[in-house]
Design a protein around this ligand. Structure first.
Ligand code: FAD
Length: 507
């Protein structure tokens, strides 16, 4: 230690060193610690990562507020409730959102401390296949405050999270886990300025709500932000280069979602390209080539760029362990069953993984469990990405699991498909707003290959379908079970009844 109290060099060991404290990293750390391993978790920003601070949680909090706003219009227009919307107090909305984030953040920090994970604050890089250097190191304030819990029973005697800033070298007895996540993709010539040209990160911390938005990118993030801003009263244009929005979903999902968004007044332009964008004092002026080949000028207060995310590996020095990324920046596992890289002992989880991994927080939880259990010497089942649900929390929502009809046919499966509008069941009529259930199964009563939902609350309805797909069930297995009446999920039950040859309300 030097005279200013800065640790210039110190060394320590742990069973497992996790780099990155997002959902992938902290789930790995929690499970590994629960299995008795001594774990160091390095995070340079805030535990919780993208999902907790800039992704899933703040965006879903905002979308909940958007649902309340939409509910006022529905109450007035459909139900004779004489309510009007006064205004949305953005600062108050942000305060509630940030309180939810802060409470979750505190909760995760407490879980880690309780589990005995040594949380080290700083930027980590590999120095070998078993060694990591952390600069700017120091334990988190939370871990220091609870130092009795910070020391793990199995750790080096007296070992605690380092509390002095400096450089720390760690050696991993069992393995290193890369969990450094992703950040928004930026398009050349369209660099975000945080005011007029923004990413999903900037949109959270904007000073107010815009009156008009041009959203570039029709994936889940772009669609959710388009939906949110429309609920908040903005004029919204959504531009997607692929020939349909949510292009990774079943074609019927894209169709129903497009219809629902258009009905709400969102100008959905699929198969369209942004030609250029000029930043003005009060907004942006963009030229868009539509699918019909026309050039349209769109003026908006804000241009929200949501064209995907790129893995974060800068400064990680993968080469020190003999690793590289692929051309898209992903760390490709040599063994997908164990999520182990080409360097023995180094594993990878979360948004660093290329497809078929999904870039979703709940998938990263499953990856964290898998890697932790592997490092503890267990033999967990590989992550079955085909059975992981995918949700877009817009209005209407989409939720799906398994193969789309096109994917199933492309794999040479002979399929049978049944589709039902949600308004065919009473609860769907109560909700209004359309939506559908589509099930893709192997012909002749075979395995269920995919379930695709659009409509209100379908994010909460997909859970049974993930079990159906994950457990390789057949329609007749599902048709034996009774769905509550009246519910939206009755429509799911009805589609399975039909596929099992026992349709009640449809043939
Ligand atoms: P991250 O959460 O990005 O965490 C990586 C961490 O590593 C960061 O905290 C970073 O500071 C740290 N780090 C990086 N490099 C270093 C280093 N060298 N040293 C130390 N620390 C380092 N997913 C869902 O499942 N549901 C949703 O509803 C959903 N909504 C989303 C909405 C938005 C707007 C966005 C942007 C994403 C959303 N996602 C959602 C995706 C989800 O957030 C990610 O899949 C998930 O956060 C990935 O977790 P991760 O652990 O791989 O990475």
């Amino acid at each position: 230690m030097n005279t200013r109290g800065v640790n210039t060099q110190a060394t320590d060991t742990a069973d497992v060193i996790v780099i990155g404290g997002g959902t992938g990293g902290y789930s790995t750390a929690l499970r590994a610690a629960a299995l008795g391993l001594d774990v160091v978790l390095v995070e340079r920003d805030r535990i919780g990562g993208t999902c907790l601070h800039r992704g899933c949680i703040p965006s879903k909090a905002m979308l909940h507020a958007a649902e309340l706003v939409d509910g006022i219009a529905e109450a007035r227009e459909r139900w004779g409730v004489k309510a009007t919307l006064d205004s949305v107090d953005w600062a108050a909305l942000v305060a509630t959102r940030d309180d939810i984030v802060a409470r979750n953040h505190k909760g995760v920090e407490a879980h880690l401390a309780h589990a005995g994970v040594r949380v080290v604050r700083g930027s980590a890089r590999l120095t070998g296949a078993r060694t990591v250097r952390v600069e700017g190191a120091g334990s988190t304030p939370e871990a220091r405050a609870d130092s009795t819990l910070g020391a793990h029973a199995g750790s080096t005697p007296g070992a605690q999270s380092p509390s002095v800033p400096g450089v720390y070298d760690f050696t991993a007895r069992r393995g290193i886990v890369l969990a450094t996540g992703s950040r928004p993709r930026v398009l050349p010539g369209l660099e975000p300025d945080g005011r007029r040209v923004v990413t999903s990160d900037d949109a959270l911390f904007a000073p107010g709500l815009p009156a008009s938005v041009l959203v570039l990118g029709g994936g889940a993030i772009g669609v959710e932000y388009a939906s949110f801003h429309r609920s908040m009263g903005a004029e919204v244009t959504l531009v997607e280069a692929a020939d349909r929005i949510v292009p990774l979903e079943d074609g019927d999902v894209s169709r129903h979602l497009t219809r629902g968004l258009k009905k709400r007044g969102i100008d959905v332009q699929a198969g369209a390209r942004l030609l250029d964008a000029e930043v003005l004092e009060n907004g942006v002026r963009a030229r868009v080539r539509t699918v019909r080949g026309e050039t349209r000028t769109v003026e908006a207060e804000r241009l929200l760029v949501a064209v995907g995310r790129v893995p974060v590996t800068e400064g990680l020095d993968l080469a020190a362990a003999g690793l590289t990324t692929d051309e898209r920046g992903f760390v490709v596992p040599a063994d997908w069953n164990r999520l182990r890289t080409a360097a023995p002992g180094i594993h990878v989880v979360g948004d660093l993984l290329p497809p078929p991994a999904l870039g979703l927080a709940h998938a990263s939880f499953a990856e964290g469990l898998l890697v932790a259990e592997t490092l503890a010497g267990l033999r967990p089942a590989p992550v079955d990405y085909a059975a992981v649900p995918r949700v877009t929390y817009s209005s209407p929502q989409t939720a799906s699991v398994g193969l789309s009809e096109t994917e199933a046919r492309a794999r040479g499966r002979e399929v049978e498909v049944n589709t039902m509008p949600l308004t065919a069941v009473a609860k769907g009529m109560v909700h209004g707003g359309g939506g559908m259930v589509k099930v893709v199964a192997e012909a002749g009563g075979g395995q269920v290959l995919g379930v695709h939902l659009v409509g209100p609350n379908v994010s909460e309805m997909i859970a049974e379908s993930q079990l159906i797909v994950g457990w390789d069930a057949e329609p007749s297995d599902v048709a034996r079970h009774v769905h509550a009446h009246p519910t939206l999920s009755e429509a799911v039950g009805e589609v399975f009844l039909t596929l099992a040859g026992r349709g009640l309300h449809q043939q």
